[in-house]
Design a protein around this ligand. Structure first.
Ligand SMILES: [Zn+2]
Ligand SMILES: [Zn+2]
Length: 331
């Protein structure tokens, strides 16, 4: 089968590789759509937890092509997506409802081969059945949306909270929709792109601010919740300055793993701050699937372009220069 293989950081090719035959408790999916995520860019650039060579791709939809001998409840031809995260089930964290911190954490497209290929092999217990009404384009949003569901579960927005969100990319736009339906009274969205800010307004942002104008337009304003969805150190530092008394901060954007930012421990103490992380997905794929299927969040408008596997190589080379929201690959 054809696959996009990252051989080492900054070096990827399209190759003919062996078909991934399902083992006992696995299925092999014929991939229809794969979303490209910021994490894939980090993997391509060598700043994430992956080792190489690796076929990336963890946001996908497709059709079951072959079933392992021990799998029950699924048939060839079923339309599915899958949770890329694979939890061992027996470590301390798995046994205390913290599986996304699993000591033996593995993930399709991150630590094992993913869906930027004609076929992907996944454990059957990570499958999610797609409703008949859901398109493959939408199905490839179940995983990123599940990250948003998990973030919302972490944040626990209270009625009337004033929220500021940094970053209006594809994930940011999904957060805008979720936060604006959560009971927040104000949702300010900050980004460098005027076109992304216009989309955020359509999705429920109550005010939008270009990064350049932040100091003049929002100087001194305090928020109850600060959500950082860029992962850029300078933005993270800026985001801290908008935290009001007893504010919650959520790091949603993935920063390079080596990066650190200064934080005042005195303010953390004195202001009663809460600082939260949001590690991907934690049994949140089914709520995400329902949000999308019921039209509570719109994902179709977020697809800026659809590429072939070959075009994806060029995309990886130039990813950071572009003004796109979600890019998907049609296999
Ligand atoms: Zn992702
Ligand atoms: Zn575990």
């Amino acid at each position: 089968m054809r696959a996009l293989v990252i051989e080492k950081p900054h070096q990827a090719t399209i190759q003919e590789v062996e078909y991934p035959k399902p083992r006992m408790n696995e299925v092999t999916i014929k991939v229809e759509r794969t979303g490209i995520c910021g994490t894939d860019i980090h993997i391509y650039e060598g700043t994430y937890i992956s080792s190489y060579p690796l076929i990336p791709g963890h946001e996908f939809s497709g059709v079951i092509h072959e079933i392992g001998p021990a799998v029950t409840g699924y048939s060839v031809g079923d339309r599915v997506s899958a949770d890329p995260n694979i939890f061992c089930g027996h470590c301390e964290y798995c046994q205390t409802h913290r599986s996304n911190q699993c000591e033996n954490f593995a993930a399709t497209g991150v630590t094992r081969n993913g869906s930027m290929a004609e076929y992907v092999r996944v454990p059957a217990n990570t499958l999610i059945r797609m409703p008949d009404s859901m398109t493959f384009q939408q199905g490839a949003f179940i995983e990123p949306m599940a990250c948003v569901v998990y973030a919302m579960n972490r944040l626990q927005v209270q009625a009337g909270d004033r929220v500021i969100l940094f970053g209006a990319g594809a994930m940011g736009q999904q957060l805008v929709q979720a936060i604006s339906r959560s009971g927040a009274s104000e949702l300010a969205v900050v980004d460098i792109s005027p076109s992304k800010l216009r989309i955020a307004e359509q999705f429920g942002a109550t005010r939008t601010i270009l990064s350049d104008e932040l100091d003049t337009r929002l100087s001194g304003q305090a928020f109850d919740i600060v959500v950082e969805a860029t992962g850029i150190p300078a933005v993270i530092q800026k985001a801290f300055t908008y935290m009001g008394p007893a504010a919650k901060y959520l790091q949603f954007g993935v920063a390079d793993s080596e990066v650190t930012v200064p934080l005042s421990p005195f303010k953390l103490f004195n202001k009663d701050w809460t600082i939260l992380g949001s590690m991907a997905v934690h049994y949140t794929t089914i709520p995400a699937m329902r949000w999308i299927d019921e039209g509570r969040v719109q994902v179709d408008h977020l697809v800026s372009q659809t590429l072939s596997l070959e075009q994806t190589l060029d995309f990886f080379e130039n990813a950071k220069n572009r003004d796109f929201l979600k890019t998907q690959i049609q296999l």
